[in-house]
Design a protein around this ligand. Structure first.
Ligand code: ADP
Ligand code: GLC
Length: 483
C-alpha cells in the first residue's frame, strides 16, 4: 500500500473558504483505496463548527522549536468517509474567528508553524508517507523543511513531495530577515535559486523549488502560469520546472452535488425530468429572496468569493445596462468590501431584479445552482473553478471568460453544429461579456429547445473525480518509480 499525506489549510467537511477545501475534501476519497492509503492533515481552527470539533479525538501532544521558543503541538484525529484526518492544534495561532486573518506576517507565522508541526507529527501519528502532497503557499515550507531538517532521519529520507498550485496569486511573501528569524532556516536558503524572490522571502517559491513534482488544477492554467501575465512573477521558475509541472483538472463530489438527492433543494430533479421540475426551484428561490415571481424570467446566479480575481469590475461596468434586460441576478458571496458594497447598491437600486446575499451559506449555494438558468463567472484568471462544474451538474449553463479551468470545462455554444454546454468570451472586456450574456438571453428566450438541449449536454458532462483521480495516481506511481 502506498501512503500519501495531503497537507492543506482547509478541507470539507471541516473547514472551507473556497474551492481548495472542496478538492482536499473530495479527492482523497476518489483515489483507489486498494492501492493508496491517503490521509489528510489540517490545522485545528477554533472557528470550526462545534459539532465537527466534537467528532475529533485527542491523540498526543509535544512541543517543537519554532520562532525562538517552544511551541505546543496538539494532535487530534478523526475518520470521515473512510479517510483519516489529523489536526494540528495550537490555540494561540489558530484561534481567530476566521481561518485566515488580515495580518500578513501572522498568516505566514501560522502556516510556517503548521508546515513544520505537520512534519514533526508524522512519527506521532505513525504514518510515514511515501509522498507528501502539499497545497498552496500555506504548505510551501513542507518540502523545504523536509530537505533542511529531516533528511538525516532515515525514516524521512525517501519521502517525495508534490506541490499543487490552486492559486498562484497568493505566495506568502515577507521580508527576508523576518522570515529567516521566524523559520530558523539557514541564510543560504534565502537566495534567488531557493526562497528569495524579488528581495522578499517567498514560501510558495520554496515549495516549488524543492518539491519533486508540481501540479496545478487545469491544463490551461498550467500553460498560462508560464507566461508573464498569469505567472505572478514566478513564470521563470515554472518554465524552468516545466518538465515536472502538470495540469490536472479538478472534479467535484458527485454525491454532495447531485440534483436528484440534494437535501438543500426543494424540488429534486435529474437529466430526464429537469424540463418539468427544475423551474420549481426557481419559483421557490424567487419567493425566498423576495424577487418578482416569474418562472419564465431568466435567472443568472453568482456564487463566489468577492475578490478581483473573479471579474466583478466587468459586472460593475455594465450592471446598469444589464438590469434593463428581462433578467434576474442572484449573488451569493463574501469578500472585499468594495464588491460587497457594489452588490448591495445594485440590490437596492433594482430590488425586484437583483438579490445580494453577502454571507456564506452552503445551503443557499445549492439552491442557486439548482434554481438558476445560467451562472456568470467572468474571471480575470481562474486556476480551475468549481462553481461552473457544480452549475453544469444542476443544468445551469455557465457564462464564462475563456481562462484557466473555465476554458477547459465549458464548451462554448455552437449554433451551427448544436454543440456546447455554456457561453464564453475571450477578452477581459465588459461589453464583450455583456454581448455574451445577451446572446445567452436570446437563446434562452427565443430558442428554448436549443437551450434545453444544451442543458441535456451540460448534465451529461462528467466532472466527477474519476478521470482526474487516476491522473493523480499515475503521477504518484511515476514519482515512486513504478511506471
Ligand atoms: P475559489 O476556490 O477561487 O473560491 P471555486 O469556484 O474553485 O473558486 O470554488 C468556490 C467554492 O466555494 C464552491 O464550492 C462554491 O460553491 C463555494 N462558495 C463560494 N462562495 C460561497 C458562499 N458565499 N457561500 C457558500 N459557498 C460558497
Ligand atoms: C483556487 C482557485 C480555483 C480552484 C480552487 C480549487 O481557489 O481560485 O479556481 O478551483 O482553488 O483548486
Amino acid at each position: 500500500m502506498k501512503k500519501i499525506l495531503f497537507v492543506a489549510s482547509e478541507g470539507t467537511p471541516f473547514i472551507k473558504t473556497g474551492g481548495l477545501a472542496d478538492v482536499v475534501g473530495s479527492l482523497p476519497k476518489s483515489i483507489d483505496r486498494s492501492y493508496f492509503d491517503v490521509r489528510v492533515i489540517l490545522p485545528l481552527y477554533a472557528c470550526m463548527n462545534q459539532p465537527l470539533k466534537e467528532m475529533l479525538t485527542f491523540k498526543d501532544s509535544f512541543s517543537i522549536d519554532f520562532d525562538w521558543r517552544e511551541e505546543y503541538v496538539g494532535i487530534f484525529e478523526c475518520e470521515a468517509d473512510g479517510v483519516m484526518y489529523y489536526f494540528i492544534d495550537n490555540e494561540s495561532l489558530f484561534g481567530g474567528i476566521h481561518p485566515y486573518g488580515r495580518d500578513g506576517f501572522m498568516e505566514i507565522k501560522k502556516f510556517a508553524y503548521f508546515s513544520l508541526a505537520s512534519l514533526y507529527a508524522l512519527e506521532t501519528i505513525d504514518f510515514i508517507p511515501d509522498i507528501i502532497h502539499c497545497h498552496d503557499w500555506q504548505t510551501g515550507l513542507v518540502p523545504v523543511y523536509l530537505k533542511e531538517r529531516f533528511r538525516s532521519n532515515p525514516l524521512f529520507n525517501e519521502i517525495k513531495t508534490v506541490m499543487t498550485i490552486h492559486n498562484l496569486k497568493f505566495q506568502g511573501r515577507w521580508n527576508v530577515s523576518m522570515i529567516k528569524e521566524l523559520t530558523g532556516l539557514p541564510p543560504y536558503f534565502f537566495t534567488p535559486d531557493k526562497l528569495e524572490a524579488y528581495h522578499d522571502a517567498n514560501l510558495l517559491k520554496g515549495g516549488l523549488v524543492f518539491a519533486d513534482a508540481i501540479t496545478t488544477v487545469s491544463k490551461t492554467y498550467a500553460e498560462e502560469i508560464k507566461t508573464d501575465f498569469y505567472g505572478e512573477g514566478l513564470d521563470g521558475l515554472l518554465n524552468a520546472r516545466s518538465n515536472d509541472l502538470r495540469g490536472i483538472v479538478n472534479g467535484i463530489d458527485y454525491e454532495d452535488f447531485d440534483p436528484e438527492t440534494d437535501t438543500h433543494i426543494e424540488y429534486n430533479f435529474n437529466a430526464r425530468n429537469f424540463r418539468k421540475e427544475k423551474w420549481k426551484n426557481k419559483r421557490s428561490l424567487q419567493a425566498e429572496l423576495s424577487l418578482q415571481q416569474d418562472e419564465k424570467m431568466m435567472m443568472i446566479g453568482i456564487v463566489s468569493r468577492l475578490t478581483d480575481q473573479k471579474g466583478f469590475d466587468l459586472i460593475n461596468y455594465v450592471m446598469d445596462e444589464l438590469c434593463q434586460d428581462h433578467v434576474q441576478l442572484v449573488i451569493l458571496g463574501t469578500g472585499e468590501e468594495e464588491y460587497e458594497n457594489m452588490f448591495r447598491h445594485y440590490a437596492w437600486k433594482y430590488s425586484d431584479k437583483v438579490s445580494a446575499n453577502l454571507y456564506y451559506s452552503e445551503s443557499l449555494s445549492h439552491k442557486i445552482y439548482a434554481a438558476c438558468d445560467a451562472l456568470l463567472m467572468p474571471s480575470l484568471f481562474e486556476p480551475c473553478g468549481l462553481s461552473q462544474l457544480m452549475s453544469l451538474r444542476y443544468g445551469t449553463l455557465p457564462i464564462v471568460r475563456e481562462t484557466g479551468g473555465l476554458k477547459d470545462t465549458v464548451e462554448p455554444y455552437n449554433e451551427i453544429y448544436s454543440r456546447g454546454t455554456g457561453f464564453s468570451f475571450t477578452n477581459y472586456n465588459a461589453h464583450e461579456m455583456l454581448a455574451t450574456v445577451r446572446f445567452a438571453e436570446h437563446i434562452f428566450y427565443d430558442r428554448k429547445r436549443e437551450w434545453n438541449k444544451m442543458v441535456d449536454r451540460a448534465m451529461a458532462a462528467d466532472f466527477s473525480w474519476q478521470a482526474s483521480a487516476s491522473l493523480y495516481q499515475e503521477m504518484y506511481d511515476w514519482l515512486l518509480g513504478d511506471v
